[in-house]
Write a protein that binds this ligand. Structure first.
Ligand code: NAP
Length: 281
């Protein structure tokens, strides 16, 4: 059995783990394959059963690796994939989803996201997602890399308010969304899925995160992740291709930053005081 960990609620009340796993750059190097599969499986055993992928990653190779990694584990996992914007037409989304399901060796996705906003009208994508939902191929749908104006346009489209979440670049070093996007999503009971929660391993060389890490006897990665996990309505999907990194990330759930530590972080990684356009990787 997977260990139970803290959860967040989707708008329909379904609860999903606050800490999941990313997969970007997995499945691209044969020499890393065994380690990546072991890491993903260890994460599921620890309760990090929310797993994010995309048709884009490794040109399908990442979904294929994930399909193999989930052998015997699929029923315990909340599986998320993403469709390219150029595949997100009414018909295109059906075909793209079928291909993802095949690579992932499953009959359904728990959540299907539009990877970023492209030129296909949002109402078409919503219609495509809803058709997939009626057919039982996906259970929820959402978006990624949508700024506040994109979210406004989405919910103005017919059926657009059924969006479950917005997956965005959000971490201690990239806090722009706190100004308006996070409150916008929270007001609509949509949790925010934070991608690159440890900033793609590019956090500053020396910052208050290091002082906290030294004082607590943990790593800078764990401090950054603990910070993200303590933001209300936020859930995070760090990618770790090694079992020891997965275990470290899981231990970040136990790390409660105190008011002084949070103040030191705020003094260095300042919260936004005005609108900043949403960044993306
Ligand atoms: P990330 O999770 O912030 O960082 C991943 C990097 O950090 C890897 O190099 C990993 O190394 C390292 N790492 C993770 N935990 C560690 C630990 N405890 N100790 C030391 N190193 C650690 O970056 P990300 O992969 O960009 O983002 C996470 C996931 O979000 C992606 O995998 C993907 O699923 C999703 N994403 C979505 C979008 C989008 O446009 N929607 C964009 C980017 C990412 P190892 O692999 O060696 O363990």
């Amino acid at each position: 059995m997977s260990t139970a960990i803290a959860t967040v609620s989707l708008p329909d009340g379904e609860r999903i783990p606050k800490l999941g796993q990313g997969t970007w750059e997995m499945g691209e190097q044969p020499a890393r394959r065994a380690s990546e599969i072991a890491a993903l499986r260890a994460g599921v055993e620890l309760g990090m059963t929310l797993i994010d992928t995309a048709e884009m990653y490794g040109d399908g190779a990442t979904e294929s690796l994930l399909g193999d990694a989930l052998a015997g584990l699929r029923e315990r996992v909340f599986l998320v994939s993403k469709v390219y914007p150029h595949n997100a037409s009414r018909r295109g989304v059906q075909a793209a989803c079928e291909q993802s399901l095949k690579r992932l060796k499953t009959d359904r996705l728990d959540l299907y996201l539009l990877h970023w906003r492209g030129s296909v009208p949002l109402e078409e994508t919503v219609e495509g997602f809803e058709a997939l939902r009626r057919a039982g191929k996906i259970r929820h749908w959402g978006v990624s890399n949508f700024d506040t104006d994109d979210m406004e346009a989405l919910i103005a489209a017919p059926g657009g308010d059924a969006c479950a979440t917005n997956q965005i670049l959000y971490n201690v070093a990239r806090r722009g969304a706190e100004f308006d996007l996070l409150p916008w999503l929270a007001a609509r009971d949509m949790p925010t899925m934070a991608y690159s929660p440890v900033d793609h391993a590019r956090l500053p060389k020396r910052s208050p995160l290091d002082d906290i890490a030294d004082a607590r006897g943990v790593s800078v990665f764990q401090v950054a992740l603990a910070w993200a996990l303590q933001q209300p309505g936020v859930f995070a999907i760090p990618k770790a291709g090694r079992v020891e990194h997965v275990r470290d990330n899981h231990r970040a759930l136990e790390l409660q930053l105190d008011a002084g530590e949070r103040a030191a972080i705020d003094a260095y990684f300042r919260p936004p005081r005005s609108k900043r356009p949403l960044e993306m990787l």
